[in-house]
Every structure is written in C-alpha cells, then in structure tokens.
Write a protein that binds this ligand. Structure first.
Ligand code: SIN
Length: 319
C-alpha cells in the first residue's frame, strides 16, 4: 500500500533535493560545450552548492542515481518512489525536489504521478545545459523548484523548468537542444514562476493513484510493454518479433490522430489474438488521440506514447 503523506504542519520546513543525474549534473571540458559533456557527474550536494541563494537554508541533499536519463530503468523508478514515500512521510519535510535528465523526465514524472500519494510537493527539475556551461540553466531551475515549496498549498507531482511550472502528468519534451525544451500539450502550463513568485493558472494536480501501486512487483517482474512507431513502409514483422520476445503489451505511436499503417494493424491483430494488449497513441508532439474508431485499435487517449506505455504496464500489473 502507498504510505500516507504526513500533513505539512508549521514544522514542515525541510526541503530535500534528490539527484538522479542528467545534464543538470553534467560536466564538459569547456564552458562553451553544450553537447559533448558527460551527464550525471555531479551529486546533489554540488548542485545545491552551486546556487548561492540556497546557502544556509538547511537543504538536505542526497544522490540516488547518476544516470544519463536515456538509461533510466524501472529499478531506479521503484527506488525513487520508495525514497519519496519515506521522505514525504517525515513530518519535518515540506517537499522534495528531484533533479533528473530532461530526456526521460516526462516518463519518470508520469510514473511517480500515478504511483505516489503526493499531498506535499514533489518537484522535478532539470537543465538543457551542463553545470559547466557559461550560462547554465540548472541553478535557476533548481532555485525555482525550491521556491515552489514555499507556496503554502503546493502539492502533487510538478515540474519547474524554464520559468514555468507543469503538472508532471502533462509534460512533453518537444525540443532536443533549445533551453525552452518542454511543453504541456493542450493542458498548458500550470503556472509561471517570475522573480520568485508563482502565478498559477490551474489547480494543483490530483494524484489518481493507479491500483497497481497497492502491491507493485519488483522491477524484473514487470510486464514487458514496447513502443512501435507507425511510418511509411512500416513492417508488421517488428510486432511479431516483439511478441516472440515476450511483449505482453504494445503501444503503437500512430501517425496524426493515431492512425496506424495497415501492416502494423494486421500484426497488432495477430498480437491481440496471442493475448497481447495493444493501444494506439499519436507520434505527434502535441495532442493525443481524439475519439475512437470502431474498426481500429484501442486508443490511449491524450497520453503520449511513453506515458501510454507506463499506463499499460501498470494495467497489466494490476491484472
Ligand atoms: C539526460 O536526459 O540525462 C541528458 C539530457 C538532459 O538532461 O538534457
């Protein structure tokens, strides 16, 4: 069972920064190198120490992982969820900041959103430029994330990035290099942080816990769910191979409003006949799949393909 979050009282002033790696902790040989750096080199202490405004604020810093987030894995997700549960249950903890790579931030934030009761704020943050860059964006993003903790009723899984606040569930990385790399699709940002003040446009996110989190199996027992992209000349053999390799679920990142190449539809029907659960999402950066076509594969709705993969994994775990 997810452990309940202890309510924030007047004593709940501590902020804990949990580092998991990413460009925010990245180190390059030269200050003008924004690409040829090693992600995940610095620990949480160094990230906090790089923000003078955080000095003397009693921030606890701990390093859970030092990953380039393209290598994020289910074991680390479970370890993070467990650590967050323990920290949020402490009456003296106001909330937790998680530093993460931008590349899979939308996946980790979605997983935590669906599996952690967050009556206090869990604020993810990241950076597009390494810590050694001339104008690194990480320190300001980290300061913004900590600033969110001061908002009295803040709660839920949030992302502070580039002066905006997003609900973790809505996050999408939409650019591979620009500092302004994220969007929240049609949902829009939850608010903006300007000069240390939050202007909020929408309510704090609710945490609709997935029933799978009542007894989550160890990572090596999670059902295999893969993503296949639909494109011109797509081949159904890819789906057949994934089914042979043990996939129990498949998300097809369809074109446009979730349309799927007929070769993949035929293979997906074969997969379904073999007991594999198939959902179709959209490969478009913004928007999802609107409406259902009776002759088509089940829709993942407004979820991105990586989010739909997580949701389907949780559904399969819950039976
Ligand atoms: C990563 O995702 O770990 C590297 C890229 C980034 O953080 O921007």
């Amino acid at each position: 069972m997810p452990s309940p979050t202890s309510p924030s009282g007047p004593a709940a002033t501590h902020v804990v920064v949990v580092a998991t790696g990413g460009t925010i902790a990245g180190v390059a040989a030269r200050a003008d190198d924004h690409v040829g750096y090693q992600a995940g080199q610095l620990g949480a202490d160094a990230l906090v120490a790089a923000v003078p405004a955080l000095a003397g604020r009693g921030i606890e810093a701990e390093t859970l992982a030092q990953l380039d987030s393209c290598d994020m894995d289910h074991r680390t997700w479970l370890a993070l969820r467990e650590r967050l549960q323990a920290l949020l249950a402490r009456p003296d903890v106001r909330g937790v900041v998680v530093t993460h790579g931008t590349d899979t931030l939308e996946e980790t934030a979605y997983f935590v959103h669906r599996t952690l009761r967050a009556d206090k704020p869990v604020v993810f943050t990241a950076a597009m430029r390494p810590a050694t860059a001339l104008s690194a964006d990480g320190p300001q993003n980290l300061l913004d994330a900590v600033t969110l903790m001061q908002v009295p009723d803040a709660r839920g899984v949030l992302v502070a990035f580039g002066g905006r606040v997003y609900a973790g569930a809505d996050l999408r990385k939409v650019h591979g290099y620009r500092v302004d790399a994220f969007d929240a699709g049609d949902a829009g940002a939850l608010g903006v942080l300007a000069d240390g003040r939050l202007q909020r446009f929408r309510p704090w996110p609710e945490t609709p816990l997935h029933r799978a989190c009542e007894s989550m199996p160890p990572a090596d027992a999670w059902p295999i769910v893969d993503i296949v992209m639909s494109h011109a000349g797509a081949r159904g053999e890819l789906i057949d191979a994934l089914v042979r390799a043990g996939a129990r679920g498949l998300v097809i990142a369809g074109t446009g409003n979730g349309s799927v190449h007929r070769a993949l539809v035929e293979a997906a029907r074969r997969a379904e006949a073999a007991g594999v659960v198939v959902r179709r999402a959209s490969r478009c950066q913004l928007g999802g799949v609107v409406g259902a076509r009776p002759d088509s594969l089940p829709s993942a709705g407004m979820l991105t393909a990586p989010q739909a993969r997580i949701e389907l994994m949780l559904d399969l775990m819950a039976g």
